[in-house]
Design a protein around this ligand. Structure first.
Ligand SMILES: NC(=O)c1ccc[n+]([C@@H]2O[C@H](COP(=O)([O-])OP(=O)(O)OC[C@H]3O[C@@H](n4cnc5c(N)ncnc54)[C@H](OP(=O)(O)O)[C@@H]3O)[C@@H](O)[C@H]2O)c1
Length: 264
């Protein structure tokens, strides 16, 4: 049996990745700030932001799935002006670098990095951090794979849950994205781990390209919310600043936004 370290193994994607790895017979180790008791998985208590526990987490593993991240907006469920100015580098940049340094020292054979579609073109600070992390992975000595995905449904739902307090919703009509279900992305991540180091892999997304207004309308229909949605076109520079959020020629999930909302 191979042992695989999953950072972010307690998160939305990571939980499914851990389960699938166990199902295929791998031994799994998780790096987390919060230790959890579990018969199947060894949790190493550590923190990518400070470096605590990284060496112990990496020691003796064959491969790493790096799915930990720190998006302040995702964590709180809404954006603040500061999110368009800066984003902390601790986890995604410094943590990724330190994880790779320890992986090289430990002779790890495969580093699979989970990323986001379009980060290299984006000007949004958190996505710039993810782009920096990609660049660190690409220049690492440890053999690597990068698998990018479009925004996950759970995150869209969290943002829209927060918007329920507002009577008026503002939704750009020309900002198009192709969100997907992290539970459908997880098998692709595990498959990519099995393929071995492959560099940049095709992106993952859901089955539909939707405007922000479509996304808001479908959320309201599913949750029986009836707030006014003000649609307006964003200027081209603002659309470009986010980077592309679609992936029509990659691996596509089958669950639509409406189906996901009905299930959760
Ligand atoms: N969410 C999206 O829409 C989306 C879209 C495309 C790609 N992605 C990428 O997919 C991956 C997983 O995203 P997700 O949405 O599943 O994440 P998530 O649910 O927000 O979970 C974040 C994970 O990061 C870990 N983490 C945060 N700070 C840490 C620290 N200082 N030290 C160690 N671990 C830390 C957390 O572990 P503990 O709390 O247990 O420490 C948690 O397991 C990330 O690489 C993300 O960039 C996300």
């Amino acid at each position: 049996m191979d042992e695989v370290l999953v950072t972010g193994g307690s998160g939305h994607l990571g939980t499914d990745v851990v389960r699938l790895l166990l199902e295929r017979g791998d031994r799994v180790r998780v790096l987390s700030r919060t230790p959890r008791a579990g018969a199947d998985v060894r949790t190493v208590e550590g923190d990518l932001a400070t470096g605590r526990g990284i060496r112990e987490a990496v020691s003796g593993v064959r491969a790493i799935v790096h799915a930990a991240t720190l998006s302040p907006a995702a964590r709180r469920g809404h954006f603040l002006p500061v999110d368009f100015v800066t984003s902390p580098p601790d986890v995604d940049v410094h943590g990724t670098r330190q994880l790779l340094d320890e992986a090289q020292r430990a002779g790890v054979e495969h580093f699979l990095h989970v990323s986001i579609v379009g980060v290299q073109q984006s000007k949004v600070p958190y996505l710039r951090r993810k782009a920096e992390a990609e660049n660190i992975v690409r220049s690492a000595a440890v053999p690597w794979t990068i698998v990018p995905a479009t925004p996950f449904y759970w995150l869209l739902a969290r943002f829209h849950d927060h918007m329920r307090k507002q009577r008026l919703w503002i939704a750009p009509s020309n900002l198009r994205m192709q969100p997907g279900d992290s539970a459908e992305f997880a098998p692709y991540v595990v498959e990519s781990l099995g393929t071995g180091p492959a560099g940049d892999r095709p992106c993952f997304a859901g089955p539909e390209v939707l405007s922000q207004a479509d996304i808001a309308r479908q959320y309201q229909a599913a949750r029986d919310v009836h707030h006014r949605i003000l649609e307006f076109p964003l200027p081209g520079f603002a659309i470009g600043a986010g980077g592309p959020q679609t992936c029509t020629d990659g691996r596509l999930g089958t669950t639509t936004w409406a189906q996901w909302l009905a299930k959760h």
